[in-house]
Design a protein around this ligand. Structure first.
Ligand code: ADP
Ligand code: MG
Length: 320
């Protein structure tokens, strides 16, 4: 009996000696990603980590505009001349993007890419004014016609789509669903500026930091969060500065130029697909209109950092 007790106790001790938190940083969709979750079964955990990585890669192969064989590339090459049938998954994300465009008065617009492809932030490349004037006319989400039976058509030649403002959030959300379905109750998944939390950190909230928009080694805020998503869009992620002008990757569809006025916007809410698209949208809308929009969405909150580096909180956060 005593022997059995000792065996049980030593088993318990040896089990807790193994870390039941499983973690992996990895690269995907052109950015750094990280997954961390709690599981007492190391074999299952190792499989889940692989499945998470595979899920990101699957979505990347489907939706990257830089992969010639992706469904999205096929659309960008052919959809101006013929109706193209796409997967239900891509069709649904395109529909989602259109809904968000309508909701944001066009601040969110996946056809920003019609001009976006002329920018290369690493090479310090931007469109010259003439090209800008012409390509700007091609930015209009209404040119992406979503037809019956998952068929898609672009209304004009020259229209291009890029899902960079929503696909990463979607992938994070899908990966978190995968973990949840496998019974994982405590997890953090992040890719670029998009993070999804399942549950808490076993008794403690997760701590999610918002980067300082002008000092790489500092945080602007740290938020205790659980069971939610948070996405941040900033003008400091991909950019170059020329003649005092910051050219960065969030494009105002009404000008075809990098959006000015804010340095960063974070959106908190249940669905990472939505927080991703909303953070980009609010960045373009600016403080006043962006705040108005977020206040109309009861389950979603936002933190804006303005040009003077002052933080502004939506009412649900300001109360806390
Ligand atoms: P990231 O997490 O990649 O920094 P954000 O969520 O901040 O991305 O969104 C920026 C990305 O969204 C850009 O890299 C581009 O692909 C895309 N994008 C830029 N402007 C718009 C826009 N007005 N509407 C929709 N998507 C946009
Ligand atoms: Mg975004």
């Amino acid at each position: 009996m005593t022997r059995l007790l000792i065996t049980i106790i030593s088993l318990l001790i040896s089990q807790s000696a193994y870390s039941q938190w499983h973690r992996l940083p990895f690269e995907t969709m052109g950015t750094s990603a990280y997954v961390e979750f709690y599981s007492q079964d190391s074999d299952t955990a190792a499989q889940l980590i692989q499945q998470v990585q595979a899920e990101f890669e699957r979505i990347n192969q489907l939706m990257s505009p830089y992969i010639a064989t992706s469904e999205l590339s096929r659309l960008n090459t052919l959809a101006a001349t013929e109706n193209i049938t796409v997967s239900t998954e891509l069709f649904q994300l395109l529909s989602r993007a259109t809904d968000i465009s309508n909701q944001t008065a066009g601040a969110f617009d996946i056809t920003f890419a019609s001009i976006g492809f002329y920018y290369d932030y690493r090479q310090h490349k931007k469109p010259d004014p003439k090209v800008l004037q012409q390509a700007k006319q091609l930015i209009n989400y209404k040119s992406v016609l979503l037809l019956a039976d998952n068929k898609v058509r672009y209304a004009k030649p020259g229209v291009k789509v890029d899902l960079g403002g929503i696909a990463k959030g979607y992938a994070v959300e899908q990966a978190s669903l995968l973990l949840a379905k496998a019974g994982i109750q405590h997890a953090l998944i992040t890719a670029g500026g998009d993070t999804r939390l399942l549950g808490d950190k076993r008794g403690l909230p997760w701590q999610v930091a918002i980067k300082h928009p002008r000092q790489d080694d500092r945080f602007a805020a740290q938020l205790p969060l659980m069971d939610t998503a948070i996405s941040t869009s900033g003008d400091y992620e991909r950019f170059f500065i020329e003649d005092g002008i910051r050219y960065h990757h969030i494009i105002d569809p009404s000008t075809g130029k990098s959006s000015t006025g804010l340095l960063s916007v974070s959106v908190i809410g249940a669905d990472t697909t939505y927080t991703d698209a909303l953070s980009t949208s609010l960045f373009v809308l600016g403080l006043e209109q962006g705040m108005q929009l977020i206040e109309r969405l009861p389950e979603y909150e936002a933190i804006f950092i303005d040009a003077a580096k002052k933080m502004h909180f939506s009412s649900g956060l300001a109360q806390q």
